[in-house]
Design a protein. Structure first.
Length: 559
């Protein structure tokens, strides 16, 4: 009898497991805040050159600022000084667009009067040698205004988010190794601790590079928290219920996504918002002692008595102690001895045989494309509606049906391939439509794209796990996940650099990548209703002839 068989007897998803899944899912609320906070913390603020002579006058305009109002008086006040010193760059829909990085090169009076003559096209201009004025009607403070990340430093704001996702890449590897060495429980404890400490220090960043260093550390700890929550939520469940643990984590993340919209609306200063995100991790830290260590990990470390204790704890919580096998420890020892004799595989084994290599390389394109589009749309919500907070909330809300629809559609006659290809193609079309539309139609198209790419993101995990044989399944999905981090790293820079060339270009790129990925998915075999392959040889045979009968040594049932 194996561990999964024991769970089938004492409960695959009983009250005890539900409590554990709920607790680790709860950690996703602050995790989502730290993950998506850059949308507001690094947001661009309208800016123009500062005139030294008008410092006090512009400062006095701030007395008209209100947190939730339209701030018409404030805007009228600061625009009066802008109009008198800044040249018009272009006319957009009948409205003047003022330059951000140059000002009229002339003498300015200490007080701006009605008689003062504003500049004209014949005036010479110069750079912003005296700093910048920022429009604080929407944000009181972002790192852009604090560290003057404008003009020739514009790309540095986006770079902070790329650095954060480099932290994701490092954290994905580090947390996996650490979790195998010291266990899921202590890795989660370390991740939450570092997340709190690094987040609080981040909120007091005195310089740009200080901010980057601690944003990187938050990235490392944040993804570690996510992965440990995911592992704990799935390892404690029986095989037929494991998918629900896998869904609970991203669902909770979506609710954290929506919570951030509310908090960002209430808290307009990025430092205070960061402190709020870190503060919400404190209750999670206090709840960690309730969580048990993973029985599966304890088995792998040959700590059978402790694993048995966890199993009895699950049975007691589920009120199924009468169904516990008498020889629990012997069962665990036998299963682990079987696993111990298995060969260790590496990423290179994914590329040794032709059909598996072909499937792996296609997945290595699909995953980063999916990640690039998901994070590109998430970070670009300011472009998709007049009210950024509401648009951001909707972007989080549409993830919920995107996640919930995944299982029913993949289990239906559409199967894995047509479900994933369909939602990716729809996401691509939606991104392309945003290029040629505006106003409410732009918002609808963008949110449709977000909904579809979220569904694809969920589905591709399951599909990839079924493509890879058991021998290389873990290393295969892990390698795909690592490749996906490259997409998230490049997403912020793509938005800034491509936007400078042509504003719709990032979405045009997202649309094309989604359509290509949708086509590649159709070149992979359908896995619904198929028996999971066990060895690389069986996997190669299945990929060569998906409809043929495979001589299978795996004990897994049809999926």
């Amino acid at each position: 009898m194996k561990f999964d068989d024991i769970l089938r007897q004492i409960g695959e998803l009983g009250p005890f497991q539900m409590k554990i899944v709920f607790l680790v899912a709860l950690a996703m609320l602050p995790e989502a805040l730290n993950s998506m906070i850059a949308v507001f913390a690094t947001a661009d603020m309208d800016h123009w050159c500062h005139v030294e002579e008008w410092t006090d006058s512009v400062q006095n305009c701030n007395s008209n600022l209100t947190t939730f109002g339209q701030n018409e008086q404030y805007i009228e006040c600061i625009h009066k000084y802008r109009d008198a010193s800044i040249p018009i760059k272009k006319i957009d829909d009948g409205e003047p667009v003022y330059a951000n990085c140059i000002m009229y090169d002339k003498e300015y009076p200490s007080e701006l009067t009605e008689e003062y003559h504003t500049g004209d096209s014949e005036n010479s201009t110069r750079g912003c040698t005296e700093g910048w004025v920022y429009d604080r009607s929407q944000y009181r403070s972002t790192i852009v205004s604090e560290f003057d990340l404008v003009c020739d430093k514009k790309k540095m704001a986006a770079m902070t988010q790329s650095i954060f996702y480099v932290g994701y890449l490092v954290g994905s590897w580090a947390s996996g190794s650490l979790a195998d060495a010291i266990g899921r429980y202590y890795t989660l404890f370390i991740a939450v601790s570092v997340d709190i400490i690094a987040g609080v220090i981040l909120a007091f960043s005195p310089t740009y590079w200080f901010f980057c260093i601690f944003r990187f550390l938050v990235g490392v700890s944040n993804i570690s928290l996510y992965l440990m929550a995911f592992v704990i939520a799935t390892e404690i469940l029986g095989p037929s219920k494991r998918i629900y643990g896998g869904m609970a984590i991203p669902l909770a993340f979506s609710f954290g996504y929506m919570l951030l919209a509310f908090l960002a609306y209430m808290i307009r200063n990025w430092r205070h918002l960061q402190l709020a995100a870190s503060g919400l991790l404190v209750p999670i830290f206090l709840l960690i002692p309730i969580l048990p260590e993973s029985a599966r990990w304890l088995m792998a470390r040959k700590k059978y008595e402790k694993a048995e204790k966890i199993i009895k704890q699950i049975a007691k919580g589920n009120k199924t102690t009468d169904k516990l096998p008498e020889n629990t420890v012997e069962c665990l020892i036998k299963e682990e001895e079987e696993n111990f004799n298995r060969r260790t595989y590496t990423t290179l084994d994914l590329l040794r045989t032709p059909k598996l290599r072909r499937a792996t390389l296609m997945l290595f394109f699909i995953w980063p494309a999916n990640s690039l589009i998901y994070f590109g749309l998430s970070l670009n919500t300011a472009k998709f509606g007049s009210n950024q907070y509401m648009t951001f909330f909707i972007a989080g809300f549409v993830e919920v049906p995107g996640i919930l629809m995944t299982v029913p559609f993949m289990q239906s006659r559409f199967g894995r391939r047509y479900t994933i290809s369909g939602v990716m193609a729809l996401s691509g079309v939606a991104c392309l439509v945003t290029v040629i539309t505006s106003d409410i139609f732009l918002t609808v198209a963008a949110m449709t794209g977000k909904f579809c790419i979220t569904a694809a993101y969920m589905s591709i995990y399951v599909f990839s796990a079924e493509i890879f044989p058991t021998e290389v399944r873990s290393i295969g999905v892990g390698s795909c996940s690592t490749a996906a981090r490259l997409g998230s790293i490049f997403a912020p820079m793509v938005l800034v650099m491509f936007n400078d060339i042509w504003e719709p270009l990032p979405l045009l790129l997202f649309g094309c990548l989604a359509l290509i990925a949708a086509g590649l998915v159709l070149l992979l075999p359908e896995t619904r209703g198929k028996v999971l392959t066990a060895t690389i040889e069986e996997g190669e045979e299945f990929l060569r002839n998906p409809h043929g009968k495979i001589s299978n040594s795996n004990e897994d049932s049809k999926i």
